[in-house]
Design a binder for this molecule. Sequence first.
Ligand code: SAT
Ligand code: MN
Length: 592
Amino acid sequence: MTTNVTVNQWIKEVTELLSPDKIVWITGEEEQLEGLRKTAVASGELIKLNEELLPGCYLHRTRQNDVARVEDRTFICSKTKENAGPTNNWCDPKEMYQKLYDIARGSYRGRTMYVIPFSMGPIGSPLAKVGIEVTDSIYVVLNMAIMTRVGNKVLEVLGDSNDWVRGLHASCDIDPEKRYICQFPEDNTIISVNSAYGGNVLLGKKCFALRIASYQGWKEGWMAEHMLILGIENPKGEKKYVAAAFPSACGKTNLAMLIPPKYLRDKGYKVWTVGDDIAWMRIGQDGRLYAINPENGFFGVAPGTNEKSNFNALASTKKNTIFTNVALDLDTNTVWWEGLNKDLPKNAIDWKGNKWDASKFDKANKDTYAAHPNSRFTAPAVNCPCISDEFDKGAGVPISAIIFGGRRAKLAPLVYQSKNWANGVFVGASVSSETTAAAAGAVGVVRHDPMAMLPFCGYNMGDYFQHWLDMGKKLGDKAPKIFNVNWFRQDDEGNFVWPGFGDNMRVLNWILDRCEGKADAVETAIGYLPRPEDIDLTDLDIDRATLESILAVDKDAWTAEMDGLTEYFKKFGDRLPKEFTEMIANIKANLK
Ligand code: SAT
Ligand code: MN
């Protein structure tokens, strides 16, 4: 299939280890993929949906014990524990290879080994990188063919190079006790066993494009971030790009595909999606920071997605999409999930494969849901009505602003701007968020999630913070401005205060105006905040006092937050940039 010696050597090794009956190289041709879809439908791995209403769409159900990323079974196997750092599980690479080989050995017997050459980023782009994943799952192949660029062309651009990431996925028995998602950053290698769910097995995504790539970026002077990328076009036709980091299932896809409020659309504002989850960023010839989306599709959270919350995402799922763990509406042979619409299907199968009883549906009880809270759609990016012209170009888009955010019911104001790049890095490092269903474990617990990278940083996070500071020094006055947002503030009754979704455009406009020195702000201890009159409230039913309540800096609460951060940062020891300690002292002094 290729003359690349390093590829052939590795394929020989994994073949010996896994003992497949057959080897199939994924060529990227539609005919081959269509054959695989047919095979998967015949075996029950995929269910073909209504060809008229959802052409080219399929439903897949995972095992009930395999529905989210498993952070406690995810390891960074660098040579030393210090290099994985205090936020990652670590295991000695030799020991882990042995353990994983023992688990995977012979597990492809009677099965086919699919070899997927894939490119993260447009094939041949100077910002792109190549990987090869072997898997025994057709579901993985078909998802990878949506989420990345796959096939022979990738091998062509790779040529004889050894700069590619090895990805081994083995479904084994989907045994949660023997499930491991392991990254070996120093070997460009990923091994994932005993899972068949999204982020655990689509190895181009979190494992490569974040964990391995963040390490590569550190070594090579670029950045791999858990960020959406969106372009905002003003009425003059000028486009500005922002990148924004939020933890999983905090609305990155929604922000990336936002539809501006009517009064802004009427003026001629438009939003273009470049990416919804991951950004790779490098300093360009002109000294600015350029970003590409390394992915080729969206692996979005289905529940809550509807025509109002995210018209563009829903439109993206109308053809050639794979749905995972949503409900099947038997009357129409289409899919349904909580929040799609108000018409609960009367004749449906839930995500577990059982007949669903709509009359027993209880919002407070997740066991009664038709779709799993972390059910997903895998949709091709080209389907998105607002996909950017730049998406497929590979040169990247220049980033004007970087936005951090989390899901915080209290404390963090709607928006604020950091005082400078270094302070912005501190703001990113300070992100906390309530946990979501995207990872196994408790939901709704506030945890520190620096830069939304906690589960995805492939090396010591103290070094990662320093890398951010170093990038800022290189960027100098060309550095993007850094902001923090919080769409999730709640009042005392637990209602969301800010309408969010399309109305977030009002905040983005303030952010872009700040980048151009056009908008006012007040300086506070934590950064620059808009005055209520700086946020355009045209056509919005929210009064000034309410807005004020989410644009205030509560001194006691922020002092406590700084004390909490001081404690948290201790875990990074002497790898913590000393600037952070100085900033905390400064902020506390200014809060007095
Ligand atoms: O499950 S994935 O890791 O692919 C998605 C997410 O958690 O953001
Ligand atoms: Mn994500």
